[in-house]
Write a protein that binds this ligand. Structure first.
Ligand SMILES: [Zn+2]
Length: 440
């Protein structure tokens, strides 16, 4: 499959690292003089811009955290006057204020370039009709994909999220070949098609989906691919860095190539901040090398993954990051045991008879221990007519599997079809009611 920008995407590693070093020195010089809060951080750490000459100097620089960005909300980390800011995006922010992204004209051009690389990496060309069901608006997903599809000359259908039944009709009528949305919404689309008697695989021309904006496992990928008869690609991005376009899988789907000439990745030990070598799991950290409006230096994403620098058969030289293994702050502590929601998903999807719709509910009744419940839908054939004996067996099997993999007991609540709310955007997977009792 072709690359959008072979000169950049398959640049020899030594040339790439030299370019990254030069860009790093430049962006530090720029940020130091344009962004007071980061200058203060550097001063406190005793680092001057002239100390940063190459990639080897990176670890002298202080980190930027989400809290740092909150402290200067909304525009305190912009490096250009508002007259030169041409676009604002923001992430939803489940608690409190959103995270803001600002773009100059050049930043939008950069975003278009990395999104053109992204969709080309998934095989999209000007022959494709792209059904873009990512939300349009402050969220970066909709408009991010939109500009990438336009740049490669694909026909983009800016359908945005919601009105699922109508989406099925449009997808079929317009002969869409590419689908973009969250993985959970892809499942909701396939399910709704089934509900109205449309066999997704035989009626739709969709051949590939580009899914992201929420963590999903390999098991979920297989589930989506089997139900829709498509190839599912994983993408990664965040508002703080640029939105989608940070990294994407190639046709080998053995990790997501990072657009490293613009976004410099590191893996660190989240506890000590120490830089870890390729092949080691840790927290992903990014430095933007070319952004004007809102550069970020050593931004701690809180996403856990592993980087690989070995050559990929596609010819790209850009490092690959493994599928995100969860956020460092996604980890739930249940009766003192660390529990990762991704491990729960992986386990549930490996059990025959369970559906990929679930919710994790945590509670702590007064003066009692934590209770971990997993609500998951069972296949509809258990309910037509209801077969309580086999449902009990299924529940026992799922509880035994979860206890084995998590090391802590979880109560399974089996639900009928469509009991778990479907989302047009990011699915709500964890409901932690324990927070309600914190002050009581
Ligand atoms: Zn590759």
């Amino acid at each position: 499959m072709p690359m959008w920008n072979p000169e950049a995407e398959s640049m020899p590693r030594n040339a790439l690292e030299k370019l990254q070093g030069e860009r790093l020195a430049k962006i530090i010089e720029y940020t130091y003089h344009q962004m007071p809060f980061y200058r203060q951080k550097m001063d406190e750490a005793g680092v001057k811009p002239e100390d940063i000459r190459s990639l080897d100097d990176l670890n002298k620089l202080p980190f930027t955290t989400k809290q740092d960005l909150r402290n200067v909300y909304p525009f305190g980390n912009f490096c250009i006057p508002m007259e030169e800011v041409v676009r604002i995006h923001a992430s939803s922010g489940t608690t409190g204020k959103p995270t803001v992204g600002g773009y100059s004209k050049n930043d939008l051009e950069l975003w278009t370039e990395v999104m053109a690389r992204t969709v080309t990496s998934c095989g999209v060309t000007n022959k494709d009709v792209a059904h873009n069901a990512y939300g349009y608006g402050l969220f970066t997903g909709g408009l991010g994909f939109h500009i990438g599809f336009q740049r490669v000359g694909a026909t983009v259908v800016p359908v945005s999220g919601g009105m699922t039944r109508r989406q099925i009709m449009l997808m079929e009528d317009f002969s869409a070949t590419i689908l973009t949305c969250t993985p959970s919404y892809a499942l909701a689309l396939a399910e709704e098609a089934g509900n109205i008697g449309i066999n997704f695989q035989s009626r739709m021309k969709i051949r590939a989906g580009i899914f992201g904006a929420e963590p999903w496992t390999e098991e979920m990928r297989r589930e989506i691919e089997n139900r829709m008869g498509i190839e599912a690609y994983d993408i990664y991005g965040l508002t703080e860095i640029i939105g989608p376009g940070v990294s994407v899988e190639c046709e080998h789907r053995n990790g997501l190539h990072i657009n490293e000439d613009h976004f410099l990745p590191e893996i660190i030990d989240p506890a000590t901040g120490e830089k870890l070598p390729y092949g080691t799991e840790g927290e992903l950290v990014f430095t933007t090398l070319t952004k004007e409006a809102m550069p970020v230096i050593r931004y701690r994403t809180r996403d856990r993954t592993v980087l690989h620098a070995e050559e990929c058969a596609c010819g790209r030289t850009m490092v690959r990051m493994e599928k995100i293994r969860g956020r460092t702050d996604d980890m739930l502590i249940v009766r003192g045991v660390n529990v990762f929601p991704s491990l729960i998903e992986k386990t549930l999807l490996s059990i025959e008879g369970l559906e990929p719709h679930y919710q994790i509910v945590l509670d702590r009744p007064k003066d009692q221990l934590d209770e971990l419940e997993v609500w998951v839908e069972a296949n509809r054939h258990f309910f037509e007519p209801i077969d309580t004996r086999r449902l009990d067996q299924l529940r026992d099997e799922a509880e035994a599997e979860l206890a084995q993999t998590l090391g802590v007991r979880a109560t399974i609540k089996l639900m009928g079809p469509n009991s778990i709310e479907r989302s047009a955007g990011k699915a709500v997977r964890v409901v932690d009611k324990r927070a309600l009792y914190k002050d009581s």
